[in-house]
Design a protein around this ligand. Sequence first.
Ligand code: NAD
Length: 357
Amino acid sequence: MELKIALLKGDGIGPEIVDSAVAVLEKTAEKFGHKFTFNPYLIGGCAIDETGLPLPQETVDGCLASDSVILGAVGGPKWDDQPGDNRPEKALLGIRSAMGLFTNLRPAKLYPALRGASPLKDEIVGDGFDIMIVRELTGGIYFGDRGYREGKYGQEAFDTEAYSVTEIERIGKVAFEAAMKRSKRLCSVDKANVLESSRLWRKTMHELSEQYPEVEYRDMFVDNAAMQLVRDPRQFDVIVTSNMFGDILSDEASQITGSIGMLASASLGASKRGLYEPIHGSAPDIAGKNLANPIATILSGAMMLRYSFGLIKEAETIENAVDKVLEAGLRTADLMGTDKGEPLSCTEMTEAILKVI
Ligand code: NAD
């Protein structure tokens, strides 16, 4: 297969971890006889420095002309004083919306080898868990009407949560299909006891569930879901939820896996072209020190092979290589937990994974 992949390295540790993912993808392509071409484009703070904008048009055009996109991370203290509509993070919403990406898949997996890194007790995590959070990405409060107005107590600010049946059905189908490919359990998370938009969400999901009789479906209020994730994470397989609830719950789920440096994500739309990125940010505190854990970005590359290109064997080769290095006890600093010994640098961890592939 010949594929053109856009690279949005971004800021902070972005360049280091994207370079690691590229090395792993190149090695995998070589092993299986594919040809991947990588084209870098500016995004985030580095794009502001060069062009004045966090998401230059050239970057959007480059992504739309590629078969898929890998993103590192954006942002950092240097750009904290930028006005709201010109902040590096604004580029994330912009590129997702330009690429029509309405689904965010975030696996939260606790590897048995990393049990010690989870903040949860052994009896809660058992032999590990594997949750897939399906988050709606282009609707809800992050995109609704907002502004300032005169209210009862003077000036007030407001944001609006709105969801249409079409948007809910679209994300619901992705979640039911994902559940069908896994252990056929789906939990839809909402706040239907308070929010009108959640009541429509719940009604629509119920109607959709009739088309998937094999899937064991249930609803849960978001406050309960936040609690259940730390009380008994193994009860979950696929979780589907709105943009804001998904943002919060997926970060919570990432924490109980032990390290934010392990978690990949995929953003998908109607076409095969997706945006693949680690869930963590640009980690300015460790940027440029060769300390970052590259695994989340490497696993994002594996998700790209699986979801955009259907290269399942290739994706599994990368995932198995990650399993192997973890089982062998190799750790970057963020994964050390109570382990003793010397942590690996970003490049050493990448080398170890390349060696297994
Ligand atoms: P962060 O995820 O960058 O860092 C949180 C903590 O986790 C830090 O201690 C960091 O060192 C550590 N960490 C993160 N990734 C790691 C990795 N791969 N290996 C080892 N340790 C890792 O979150 P933050 O500090 O809240 O945000 C920093 C900047 O990143 C901000 O400007 C924020 O807006 C931005 N951000 C960007 C994205 C994105 O690009 N998608 C997402 C979240 C935050």
